[in-house]
Design a protein around this ligand. Structure first.
Ligand code: ZN
Length: 463
């Protein structure tokens, strides 16, 4: 039985989706105005892992993620760079998707851009106005938080506490309450705008999510995820919008929030300038390392990023790699029936850990326990071929969820002319023309390729 910590109740709850084995999950996506950093990577690795676990359990998951491709930050960046808003939004979206691919985050069913859902957004604003939850000022339409009686329930804040956190788009002196947020902003000259019943403008931040989720999932769905800093005001506002429109509660059954990636205890953020982009990280380290680094920590705990934990994770990855090579290559003469390592126990324990609110630190510890025990059996020549096979199968299964263990090394492309030269050299060798063969070997070396002769024939290696 899977238990998930639900931010809404503040407790671990048994997971029961709305409909059979279907899971509808929405996670807040990026605002493409700059390169994504490893704090973003944490959020998306966490939800990738969660979705993969659901799939392993036989659930049919629809994982929806939005892209906020219209926003103050994009407009500002476009002005700074003297390019169009669309150039900024599309270029950084492309870079983000490339990063996700490198990190093997491939579980998202659909990425939905805000600007592809303007019709749905306008429809939600219209319904909120009609029901009296929204009001018009001269610069746009605002949500009246005092009209929604459950405002503050998710973040456990009172209306007064809610007053402080408003962004620039939400600023308007005439607002009814300080915490009221903007649903539709009438645009200034030169800003991107869409026609609406209230004049040309653009959507506020919170409304795009509910417009998108209503379109694909309806007014109620299973899981909403995101980083912890989105609980307020963003997710609070989403509930206020959707539940006011639909009169149905709860909008979302389970709210899952991932912890921060901090640097010296402070949250990694663009605005603080203490961030490391995914691209810069990957110049020095492998994407596998980032996945392990994230997954070995519990998704709700903070991770403080520093050189020490990177090196430690690197060593852990090497230990796993060495172990797998050993298991694959060991030629034990132990009887196949010998069972010194009860691998089924590891399987059970792994599931138990994951069922407890995705306790990945426990699951990772289990893998190292297996590595230790396996290594000691190999050293004593006590690991049977059957068990070796079982170990590999177990790791394969784990990797369907974690996806950092069994990556194939990227195959080096050997140029055709190199392959041809190696063949010619082989012919010389067969004929006993050693000098000629050696000449080719030296030439290949100059080209940056090493040839080693093995029983199975020549092997080519670069570098
Ligand atoms: Zn969002």
């Amino acid at each position: 039985m899977l238990k998930i910590y639900n931010t809404l109740s503040g407790k671990k709850e048994e997971f029961r989706p709305k409909k059979g084995k279907t899971v509808n999950l929405f996670v807040c996506g990026i605002t493409p105005y700059d390169f994504a950093h490893i704090g973003h990577a944490r959020t998306y690795i966490v939800f990738d892992m969660i979705v993969k676990y659901f799939k392993e359990k036989g659930y049919d998951v629809f994982y929806l993620q939005n892209i906020t491709d219209i926003d103050d930050k994009i407009i500002k960046r476009a002005k700074e760079k003297k390019v169009s808003v669309w150039k900024i939004a599309r270029d950084f979206e492309k870079e983000y998707l490339k990063d996700m691919k490198t990190l093997k985050i491939d579980s998202v069913t659909k990425y939905a851009r805000a600007t592809d859902h303007i019709k749905e957004i306008i429809s939600q604003v219209e319904r909120l106005l009609k029901k009296g939850y929204a009001y018009q000022l001269k610069d746009g339409i605002y949500y009246d938080i005092k009209k929604f009686k459950n405002y503050g329930r998710l973040s456990r804040r009172t209306i007064i506490q809610a007053e402080d956190a408003v962004s620039r788009i939400d600023e308007a002196k005439e607002k009814r309450n300080k915490g009221d947020f903007c649903l539709w902003k009438l645009s200034k000259v030169g800003e991107p705008a869409w026609p609406s019943p209230w004049g040309d403008g653009r959507p506020g931040w919170h409304i795009e999510d509910t417009a998108i989720t209503e379109k694909y999932f309806g007014p109620q769905y299973d899981i909403h995820g995101g980083a912890q800093d989105l609980i307020f005001p963003h997710h609070e506002a989403e509930i206020a919008q959707m539940e006011a429109i639909s009169n149905k509660s709860p909008m979302v059954r389970y709210w899952i929030h991932s912890g921060f990636l901090t640097v010296k205890g402070r949250k990694m953020a663009k605005s603080r300038g203490n961030f490391i982009t995914i691209k810069d990280f990957l110049k020095k380290y492998s994407p596998r390392l980032l996945r392990l680094l994230i997954i070995k920590n519990h998704y709700r705990s903070p991770i403080d990023y520093n050189e020490k934990i990177i090196l430690q994770t690197k060593r852990e990855l090497e230990r796993i790699d060495e172990f797998i090579t050993k298991v694959k290559n060991q030629k034990s003469k132990v009887k196949t029936t010998t069972q010194n390592l009860k691998i089924s126990n590891f399987q059970t324990e792994f599931e138990k850990a994951m069922e407890d609110d995705f306790n990945t630190p426990k699951a990772i510890a289990l893998i190292f326990n297996l590595v230790n025990k396996g290594n000691s059996l190999i050293a004593q020549n006590k690991l049977s071929p059957t068990e070796a096979k079982k170990i590999l199968n177990f790791l394969k299964k784990v990797d369907k969820v974690f996806n950092f263990i069994l990556w194939e090394k990227p195959k080096e492309k050997i140029p055709k002319r190199v392959i041809k030269l190696v063949k010619i050299r082989e012919d010389f060798r067969k004929k006993g023309l050693w000098k000629m063969a050696d000449k080719i070997r030296i030439n290949l070396k100059k080209m940056g390729y090493w040839v080693t002769d093995t029983k199975e024939g020549p092997k080519i290696k670069k570098g």
